[in-house]
Design a protein around this ligand. Structure first.
Ligand SMILES: Nc1ncnc2c1ncn2[C@@H]1O[C@H](COP(=O)(O)OP(=O)(O)OP(=O)(O)O)[C@@H](O)[C@H]1O
Ligand SMILES: Nc1nc2c(c(=O)[nH]1)N[C@H]1C(S)=C(S)[C@@H](COP(=O)(O)O)O[C@H]1N2
Length: 195
């Protein structure tokens, strides 16, 4: 069986220019290490907010590196140089509107400015590509969702739906640690999908 390959792309003019240290890739990496029970390989990239470069990087990760999942962080807002969703849509085969809708829903529990993120989820070939906001804390917030003080789920994180999406795209079977995120699969979703 194919090993799970995940691309992580931190998109920041200042982090890529050395003005501040990139916290995006370390936050993504540490969250994935805590959440995934399945072994995985990472491909990481730190790039500025340049649309052509973002498009090229996403295509390289999907088409050449064979990633099943690509998570971007940064550049989803309304500022002139925030072009991550534009680049993602440009190289997409299909849009998955639920991911953007769900992330904004989750984020409203944390910041009233959640609606300023234009983040999208798309499919290109075998890969699911998802834009996360640039604030490093937004990574855990959107992937994990909202829980109350007793640990009960208030809004499901988007990662709950990612293993089944990868499975439907004929990628590897992804298992998660239930203490961090419970992956949803319909009752009749077998480990192997036979077509
Ligand atoms: N890679 C990163 N590492 C650390 N902090 C970041 C990173 N990206 C964004 N941030 C923080 O989150 C804020 C919002 O992110 P956003 O993607 O809008 O960046 P920005 O303000 O356009 O600046 P830049 O592209 O130079 O990071 C930033 O102003 C910064 O404080
Ligand atoms: N979960 C979460 N979502 C969030 C935020 C946040 O701090 N946490 N910041 C918001 C803000 S202030 C902006 S401007 C938009 C876009 O952020 P970006 O340009 O850093 O991607 O994401 C929004 N979504």
């Amino acid at each position: 069986m194919d090993i799970l390959r995940i691309g992580l792309v931190s998109i920041s003019d200042r982090a890529s220019g050395g003005i501040y240290q990139d916290k995006g890739i370390p936050a993504l990496e540490s969250w994935l290490n805590s959440a995934l029970a399945t072994p995985f390989e990472l491909e990481t990239r730190l790039i500025p907010d340049e649309q052509m470069l973002i498009e090229h990087t996403l295509c390289e990760l999907v088409d050449e590196m064979g990633c099943h999942l690509v998570l971007t962080t940064g550049g989803t807002g309304p500022a002139r140089r925030d072009v991550t969703p534009d680049a993602t849509l440009e190289i997409a085969d299909r849009v998955m509107p639920g991911f953007g809708e769900q992330m904004r829903q989750i984020s409203l529990h944390y910041v009233p400015t959640a609606i300023l993120s234009r983040q999208v989820g798309v499919i290109r070939k075998q890969a699911l590509i998802i834009n996360l906001p640039g604030q490093p804390k937004a990574i855990q917030e959107t992937l994990e969702g909202v829980k109350d003080a007793q640990g009960n789920v208030v809004v499901h994180g988007i990662f709950a739906s990612i293993p089944y999406c990868i499975q439907l795209l004929e990628g590897p079977y992804v298992e998660t640690h239930a203490a961090v995120v419970v992956a949803f699969r319909p009752k009749n979703a077998h480990r192997e999908i036979n077509r």
